[in-house]
Design a protein around this ligand. Sequence first.
Ligand code: SAM
Length: 287
Amino acid sequence: MAELGIPRNTIEVLQKYHFIFQKKYGQNFLVDPRVLDRIMDAAEISREDCVLEIGPGIGTMTQYLAERAGEVVAVEIDGNLIPILQDTLSGYENVRLIHQDILKMDVKRLAEERGKPLKVVANLPYYITTPIIMGLFEEDVPLQSITVMVQREVAERMQAGPGTKEYGALSLAVQYYAKPEIVANVPPNCFIPRPNVGSAVVRLRRYGTPPVQVTDERKLFAIIRAAFNQRRKTLANSLGNAAALGIPKEKIVPALEKMGLCAAIRGEALTLEQFAVFSNLLSEQDS
Ligand code: SAM
């Protein structure tokens, strides 16, 4: 089977099937063998692994994965790509192709049936990067790692720490579940068609247990969301204004002071650990 990572071969397949790109599905096909090799190295794929690939496109990365993994489960939403994939993946017996929307799939069951944590590897459709990644974490899918191509800006937000402009609710949510690491920056000319933004490959190594202990996970994430909803405000004002949180204003400042933080601090200055302690203090006061 032709190496689809070479632009000429991808174009040939697209022409053979008169394929029309669907913008709504975020279709930008990767055509750079060096980037594909870099992704394989970062994901550390071996024959022991069951890999979930989200959005195989015409099967370029799927072929790379199938050469290295024990099994590849590739989930594609676009029905027009299914006959193409059946062709490009015909020689690979360890690939299972599923025609479905990943957001509607029971990935947890897929992992449980395999009896081992999955590795997720993908060039993600950018319009649903966050729901896909947070869905995998929040539904507690058994995972070893997620190695994915995303918009560079999103990768930077995942990896950011306190006090930077990229730091926000996404950084904290991702870092609660996994250790993020940007492993490659990828320019638009590595794709057909070219996206309007730069891309990056980020590897998220799933923690066995979160790096901080919280008594009420939902409360922690509600506080984080409220803190960054009104980024320019102090943490006390942001939380005090978020009626749905149900935290009385008069409890917020004493909790901050107990932590040795100033009452006028903004959410963007707090580490994940500090958010966890703060959330635990407010939970104690509830009980
Ligand atoms: N993996 C291919 C590559 O690297 O060349 C294609 C990547 S392209 C950025 C994203 C792929 O995800 C497309 O094939 C698109 O049709 C598919 N896709 C978009 N939304 C999806 C969804 N909700 N569930 C499954 N696949 C989806």
